[in-house]
Design a protein around this ligand. Structure first.
Ligand code: NAI
Ligand code: MG
Length: 363
């Protein structure tokens, strides 16, 4: 049986985005070829250069076209010193998330090699890190909800509001429990700051209601500061963390740091059943452009997350195995202590995917 075609738009973006997306696409083409998955690719030109030339993020109607024509968007990163106010990031990334209603942000932090963790207990095999941070992607602190309020004759306060809407919070919490159940995960922890932010109470309320529908999954509620502490002290006690946009952004850099850093951290922006957006957690790293030091593994692992989400689990497992092989062979970029270039790591992974025996589910 021929698998369904996989339709992917790439949005390489700025900085090292094109370099790591090039690597990711090479792996995606190879693995789809091996598993006979018909792959339809289109490269989108949007980013800082497009914005500076046209004054817009993308042509009007573009999100609708993408939603119709693609299963997934594979993004690099957006952020360019030429656009100081990040206007194009709002016009491209935030607009896509909003218009495609990609409400769930997923950031896995799985221990690949114990040696990549800075924690001695992990390295010694006394603790194992397997974490997933799921955060609300469409509200919370939002760059558009920002204003100045006159407080004295000559001074404005700068106010950024935090928004939480009950049905959107409940939708995310249901997603988190359903995801945990589908992946056999044991515990879902709500991370908030109810003692300082009264609006977070509605998360707790909804959490208890949703949790009661999942009696097989343990659940608890924790303040974000103690979770940050425990992530370093005892990460093995935590499993799936569900939280707000801002806390998710912060904690997922911490969880990435626990297992090897931004150079290997993937992420997904999802709405089940719709065209979703996949991207490495890292940004455009202007300091690394053109140096060959950008680690392509975050983008390559993002391909694995994309394949897995789109129903190609064997192909995803093949990519994971190839990433693991490159780490075990110490074919890594300097952020992981190696001396390989972006291109050399990519070649190693591609060769592994091209030449390994195929594994099919059930074998
Ligand atoms: P960054 O993630 O670009 O860089 C942070 C640090 O990690 C730097 O030292 C960088 O060299 C290193 N790093 C990042 N990616 C790496 C990789 N693949 N391999 C090896 N090392 C890597 O974050 P930063 O510096 O805060 O932001 C730079 C630009 O990226 C800004 O314009 C920011 O707004 C944007 N950004 C965009 C994101 C997105 O498009 N999703 C996410 C985060 C930042
Ligand atoms: Mg970030």
């Amino acid at each position: 049986m021929t698998p369904l075609p996989l339709r992917v738009a790439t949005l390489a973006g700025d900085g090292i985005g094109p370099e790591v997306t090039h690597a990711a696409v090479a792996v995606l083409r190879t693995v789809c070829d091996r598993y006979d998955v018909p792959l339809e690719l289109e490269a989108l030109p949007y980013g800082a250069t497009w914005y500076l030339a046209t004054g817009e993020g993308f042509p009007s109607g573009e999100p609708k076209r993408l939603a119709r024509s693609f299963d997934a968007i594979l993004a690099g990163a957006l952020g360019d010193p030429r656009v100081r106010d990040h206007a194009h990031v709002r016009l491209i990334r935030h607009a896509l998330l909003t218009e495609l209603d990609l409400y769930a942000n997923l950031r896995p932090a799985e221990q690949l090699l114990p040696a990549l963790s800075p924690l001695a207990r992990v390295q010694a095999g006394q603790a194992r890190v397997q974490l997933m941070v799921i955060s609300e992607n469409l509200e919370g602190f939002h760059p558009d909800r920002d204003r100045r309020v006159r407080v004295t004759d000559d001074e404005d306060a700068h106010v950024t509001e935090e928004w939480h809407t009950p049905h959107l919070v409940a939708r995310l919490l249901r997603f988190a429990f359903a995801w945990a159940q589908s992946r056999g995960r044991r515990r879902v922890t709500l991370v908030d700051k109810t003692n300082l932010v009264p609006a977070h109470r509605l998360w707790r309320h909804a959490f208890q209601t949703v949790a009661s529908d999942y009696p097989d999954i343990a659940h608890d509620v924790r303040l974000v500061d103690t979770v940050a502490h425990d992530l370093v002290r005892a990460p093995e006690r935590l499993d799936v963390l569900v939280t707000t946009n801002l806390f998710g952004e912060i904690l997922s850099d911490l969880t990435a740091g626990l297992v090897g850093g931004l150079g290997i951290a993937p992420s997904a922006n999802l709405h089940p059943g719709r065209c979703s957006l996949f991207e490495p957690v890292h940004g455009s790293a202007p300091d690394l452009v053109g140096t060959g030091r950008a680690n392509p593994l975050a983008a390559i692992r993002t391909v694995s997350l994309l394949l897995d989400t789109c129903g190609h689990r064997e192909a995803a497992a093949m990519v994971d195995a190839a990433v693991m092989a490159s780490l075990q062979a110490h074919v890594t970029t300097p952020d992981l202590g190696g001396r390989a270039t972006t291109g050399a790591v990519t070649e190693y992974v591609v060769r592994h995917v091209r030449t390994r025996p195929l594994v099919r589910d059930g074998e």
